[in-house]
Structures are given as structure tokens and as C-alpha cells.
Write a protein that binds this ligand. Structure first.
Ligand SMILES: NC(=O)c1ccc[n+]([C@@H]2O[C@H](COP(=O)([O-])OP(=O)(O)OC[C@H]3O[C@@H](n4cnc5c(N)ncnc54)[C@H](OP(=O)(O)O)[C@@H]3O)[C@@H](O)[C@H]2O)c1
Length: 340
């Protein structure tokens, strides 16, 4: 399986490391042989038909800041879309930054890959939050696979669980805590009896929140994830602008303590059903399986035939998202080999 990897940041670099470390296992366990034939970052790209060395990719990126410095095969400031189209590969793995304004460069990368006959794996939420239907339809039209496990739930197989394990059992509602940073902040507010702003500072100190935390605390990140789940699992045609969204900035310590007196915890709850597409801070029962603390994520699937299933796991992290991308690639390898 010949891979092109676009984006060599936290997730992309961990993904290359994972490939290097697990290559022998993948061959032994699944009879899958993987070669990275191309890598790209903001500085340019490196392509080699015979395969690039993962260790060299990592060391060049660390030393020079861009894979375009890869000896003999690097090309600074070259057109990545053109390279995606021209290079012979099976799968394009897009790990570029989430952009919720226009979905770029992810949308162009994904379209170029599909239009030139390559399967796609992405961890980038932007293209799916803005253009889910268009991209999925293009993949279907081209008879190609398009997988995005790493966009929701980190390593926790939220999408795979619903699509594979619940097959034949319709999901009627999804409810979840889909953002670890805000869950950490709400947990800290209660545990340490502090206001949101102080808890946010702790989250920033520990590296859970960005310097500009609006993506998390204004609930943009969980809203993107909710759109992906609503479309992939409930068959909706939702976009980010369809989500009724309220972040955690107005939640006070008093709200949290008042809720606690009644056996409730305030959580940033994402809900998708026929009637609702919403992210909003809400009090939930402390013994609800959804009521997880710290950076954990939890998702409950309400089904027609089997009651409710809740999945709990670490929601983010470079290696976690990389492991989901690897799972997607293995699934593509197994599916295409079996000729499904
Ligand atoms: N980190 C997580 O825990 C996590 C979890 C799940 C999903 N995700 C998603 O996965 C994606 C990657 O996340 P990350 O944390 O790895 O981000 P990151 O550390 O910011 O890395 C992004 C990478 O994309 C490259 N890039 C930016 N613009 C590009 C362009 N026009 N063409 C080619 N490459 C470009 C950057 O290049 P330079 O290195 O040259 O700047 C960088 O290597 C994001 O969409 C994120 O939302 C992240």
C-alpha cells in the first residue's frame, strides 16, 4: 500500500513513527506492506516512487523544519495538489490543520486524491464539517474509500463502533461529551472550586488548551465532531452552521455547585437526533454513564433494538489520532484485498 501523507505536525509525525514501529506487525498480522511514497508539509514535499525512509522523514522534519529538505527527493514550495494527482499511490492521508472558514487545504487535498483515483484517510475535521456530503458523494461516485475515524474520539473507535457493531440496529439519538479540554475545565472548576478563567489557565499550563482557546470553549471543535457523527451515523446532511451552539464561557462555579447539590454535573453535551443538533452546557446525573471527568470523552448511542450503548475513552492526542488513521488504512487494505 503506497501512502502519501500531507501534514507532519503532532498527528502526522506520530503517524510516521507508528508506521515505522508497527510495519513488521502489520505484515505479520495482516499481510499488509506499507510504503510512504510521499510526504508534504507547509514548506513543500518529498516524493520517491520506491518509498521514503520513515526515520529519515522524522529526522529531516526535526532538523530542518520541512520535509522538503529530504535528500534528493525534496521539493520546496512545490504544488502539493499537482503532486497528489501525479504520484502513483493508493491512499492519501490528510493530516493538515482544521480550518472551519473554508476547509482548506484539506478539501482540495481530499478532492485531488479522489479525482485521481486514490482512497482517502483524514483526521481533519474542517472538510467534513463544511462539505461532508460533497466529499462522501465524490468518493462513492469514484468507487473509492473515504475514512475519518480520527476526527471524533481520538483513538476511541466511535464511528467504527456505530457503523460496524451497530449495523442493522438503527441509532435514533447520539449524545456525547466530545471535547476533552472543556470537560477538563468543568471538572477542575468543581474539584478546586474555581471559576472558568482559572481552570482554563490550568488547562493551558498542561497543554490541553491552546493560547487562543476559542475553538474549544466556544464549542466549535465539538460542533464539528457532532456534524460528522450526525452525518455518518444518522444520515443527516448537516453542516457546521446548522448546529445550535453554546460554549462554556457563561458557566459559573455557582451553576456547578448548585447542580451538584441535586446530584448533577454540568457537562458540555452534544446532541444529535431527528429534532436536535445542539452543543450546550447541561446538568446531567452524576451516575449517567456519560458523566466522565477530566479529558475523557464519552458517547452514548440510543438504538431502536438494543437500548443505549456508551463508549468512553481519551478523546484527543497526536498518537491517539494517528492510531485511528492507521486503523482506517488497515481497514482499507483489508477491504480492497477482499474485493468488497
Ligand atoms: N492533535 C490532536 O490531538 C488531534 C486529534 C484528532 C484530530 N486532529 C486533527 O488532525 C489534524 C492535524 O492535527 P495536528 O495536531 O497534527 O496539527 P499540527 O501540529 O498543526 O500539524 C499540521 C501539519 O499540517 C501542515 N500543513 C499546514 N498547511 C499545509 C498545507 N497547505 N499543505 C501541506 N501541509 C500543511 C503543517 O506544516 P508545517 O509543519 O510545515 O507547519 C503541519 O505539519 C488537524 O486537522 C486536527 O484538528 C488532531
Amino acid at each position: 500500500m503506497r501512502l502519501i501523507i500531507i501534514g507532519l505536525g503532532n498527528v502526522g509525525a506520530n503517524f510516521v513513527k507508528l508506521l515505522k514501529d508497527r510495519q513488521a506487525d502489520l505484515t505479520r498480522e495482516h499481510h499488509l506492506d506499507m510504503a510512504v511514497v510521499g510526504v508534504a508539509d507547509n514548506g513543500g514535499y518529498a516524493f520517491c516512487d520506491k518509498g521514503l525512509n520513515p526515520e529519515t522523514i522524522i529526522s529531516v522534519k526535526q532538523k530542518y523544519g520541512t520535509v522538503a529538505s529530504y535528500p534528493n527527493y525534496g521539493a520546496p514550495k512545490a504544488s502539493i495538489t499537482k503532486a497528489i494527482e501525479d504520484v502513483k499511490a493508493d491512499i492519501v492521508v490528510d493530516m493538515t490543520p482544521t480550518n472551519i472558514v473554508n476547509g482548506e487545504p484539506g478539501i482540495s487535498n481530499i478532492k485531488s486524491a479522489l479525482l485521481s483515483g486514490k482512497h482517502v484517510v483524514t483526521t481533519n475535521k474542517g472538510p467534513l464539517a463544511l462539505a461532508y456530503k460533497e466529499l462522501v458523494n465524490l468518493a462513492t461516485e469514484k468507487h473509492l474509500l473515504f475514512k475519518f475515524s480520527g476526527t471524533v474520539g481520538g483513538a476511541t473507535p466511535v464511528i467504527d463502533f456505530a457503523q460496524k457493531c451497530l449495523i442493522g440496529n438503527p441509532v435514533t439519538k447520539i449524545e456525547g461529551i466530545l471535547n476533552g479540554t472543556t470537560n477538563f475545565i468543568l471538572t477542575k472548576m468543581f474539584e478546586e472550586r474555581i471559576q472558568m478563567i482559572e481552570a482554563l489557565k490550568e488547562a493551558q499550563k498542561l497543554g490541553y488548551a491552546e493560547e487562543d482557546p476559542s475553538y474549544d470553549i466556544d464549542a466549535i471543535d465539538p460542533a464539528c465532531k457532532l456534524v460528522i457523527l450526525a452525518n455518518a451515523i444518522l444520515g443527516k446532511k448537516a453542516r457546521l452552521q446548522d448546529v445550535e451552539r453554546e460554549g462554556i464561557t457563561k458557566v459559573t462555579l455557582d451553576d456547578i455547585l448548585e447542580a451538584s447539590k441535586q446530584g448533577l454535573s454540568v457537562k458540555l453535551i452534544c446532541t444529535a437526533s431527528n429534532e436536535l443538533l445542539q452543543v450546550k452546557p447541561k446538568p446531567i446525573k452524576k451516575d449517567d454513564p456519560l458523566c466522565v471527568d477530566g479529558v475523557l470523552n464519552a458517547v452514548s448511542f440510543y438504538t431502536k433494538l438494543g437500548g443505549t450503548f456508551t463508549l468512553i475513552g481519551r478523546g484527543a492526542g497526536g498518537m491517539e489520532a494517528a492510531s485511528s488513521a492507521l486503523r482506517d488504512i488497515i481497514n482499507i487494505g483489508l477491504t480492497t484485498r477482499e474485493g468488497h
